[in-house]
Unconditional design. Sequence first.
Length: 572
Amino acid sequence: MEIVATPPRFAAWLTRPMLKNKQVYIKVGLAAAMINLFGLASALFAMTVYDKVLPNNATASMIGLSIGLLIVIVFDFVLRTLRSYFVDIAGANVDRDVGATAFDRLLSLRLDARRGSTGALAAILRELETLRDFFASVTLSTMIDVPFIILTMIAIGFIGGPLVIVPLIMVPLVLASAWLTYPAMDRLAADAMKQGLSKQAVLVETIGGIETVKTSGAGPLLTRRWLASIEAHAEQSLLQRLIGSISMNVANAAQTLTYAGIVVVGVYMIVARDLTMGGLIACSMLGTRAVAPLAQIAMLLSRLTSTRMAYRQINGLMEQPSEKSNPTPLRPAKVDGLIEMREVGFRYPGAAENALNGINLTIKPGERVALLGRVGSGKSTMARLALGLYEPTDGLVQLDGTDMRQLDLGHTRSMIGTALQESVLLTGSIRENIVLERDGIDDEEMLRAARLSGAHDFIGRIANGYDMVLSDRGESLSGGQRQSIALARAFAGRPHMMVFDEPTSAMDNESEQALIERIAPEIDGRTLLLITHRMSLLRLVNRVILMRDGKILADGPRDEILRRLAAPPKAA
C-alpha cells in the first residue's frame, strides 16, 4: 500500500524564516510571561493596602509597598518595550526573507505558466505587507498571553473563591462570538481580496499604457471599470469590518460585564463575610485583566482572515512552475551559440492552435541567421524558445548540446546579448540600464558598447549624460534612443551569442545604415539570431530562414533565399 505524504500546513517559504527567528520569538515569549506575572502585582498591591495597611494605619508598609510596585512598573515598561522591539525585529527578518523568496520566484516564473495580469501579480506581491503586518504586530504576542488567562483565573479563585465563575462565563462567550463570525470573515476576506486584485489590475493597466489610453479614448471604459472595482471592493471591505467588529464589541462588553459581575457578587460575599474589601478590588482588577486578552484575540482573528488570504495568494504564486525546478542546474562558463530544435511544437497558454509545428533546426556557433516571415508566422516565438523564456510543448530545444531545461537559465541568459522587439528600460540612470550591475562591465566597456550602438552620440549631448535618470520605461527618450540603449546593453560584455528582434524598427534609415556599418565587424564570428522585416539588415547575416504558419518554409544561404523570394511566381 502506497503511503501518501501529507503536505505541511504551511509552506517552507514561510516556516523557514520563522524557524530561523525562533530565538527572537522565545525572547518574546519570556517577556510576555514576565509581563503577565507583573500584572498580578497591582491587584495584590490594592488588596494589601485595603486589608492590611488601612485597618492598621501602617503607613511605613505603604511606602515599602509603593516602592515595590514602582519597581514592578519600571520592569513592566522595559519588558513591554523589549517585546515590541523583538516582535518588530522578527517581523522585519521574516519580511525580508519571504520578500526575497517571492521576488526570486517572480523573476524565475515560467512565462507559459503565468496566470493573471500584471496588475494582479503586483497586487499579490503587495500582500507581503499583510503578512509582515501580522508577524510584526504586537497583536501576535497576544497568542502568548492566552495561556496566562488560566494563571489569572487561578489567582481570582485563590483570592475570591466563587468569584472566578464570572470571568469563566465570559471567556467562552467571547470565544464563541469570534468562532461564529470567523467563517463569514473568511469568505468576505476572499471576496475583498478578489476585488482588490481587480482594482489593482485596472490601475496598473491604465498607468502602464497612459499614452494609449489618452490617444485612443479608452478613458471612459477604464473609468467605468475602476469605479466598479472601487464600489465592489468598498462593499466587501465594509461588510468585513462590520462583522469583524462584532466579536471585538462582544469582548469589550464582556470586560465591563466581568467587572460589574464581580462587584455585584463580591458585595454579597462581603456581607456574608466570605470576602474582604481588598479581595473584591483585587478580583475586579484581575477579572478585567483575564478577559482583556480575549478582545485582542478577537482582533487577531479579524486580521487572521486577511492574513490567510494573503498567504493563499502568495503561496499560489510560489507553487507556479519555475525555471528553477531543476535542483542541480548546469551553469556553463560560456555560451558558444549552438542552437538545436528537434520536432519542436509550441502553443501559447489559452491559444487554440500551435504557434510552432514540427520545427527542426540547427544553428552552428558563429552562424548569423535571419528569421523572415509575415506577422504571426512564429519568428518571435522561435527566439523566445532559444532564450528559454518558454518551454516547448513538444520536442526538444538544446543550447550548446544541452537541454535548456537542464540549464540555470538566469545565468545562461546573462551571457547572451538580447534586444527584444519592445525596448523596455528600467527606472534609473542610463549607466545602470547598460551595465545592469554585471561583473566585468566597467566604464570602458560601457562606452565601447554605447559607441557601437550609436547611443553615445546622443548621450553626450544631453544633460548629465550617462548619469541622466530615466523615467518609467525610459519614456522621456524617443523610440530610436531607447533601442540604441537596449542594443548597447546587448553588446556590453562581448557575448558570443546574440538575439535581436526588430532591433532598428524605431530608427530612421540613416541611423540604421550607420549602425549596420559599426556592428558588422563586431558580430563576425558570433552567433546571431535576427528577426526583422527590414531587408537592409540582411547584410549582417549569411543564412535566412523563411517562416510561415509556424513552420519553416525555406532555409538556406542568404543570397539563394533572397533570389527565390525575388523570382516571379510560376504560372499554374
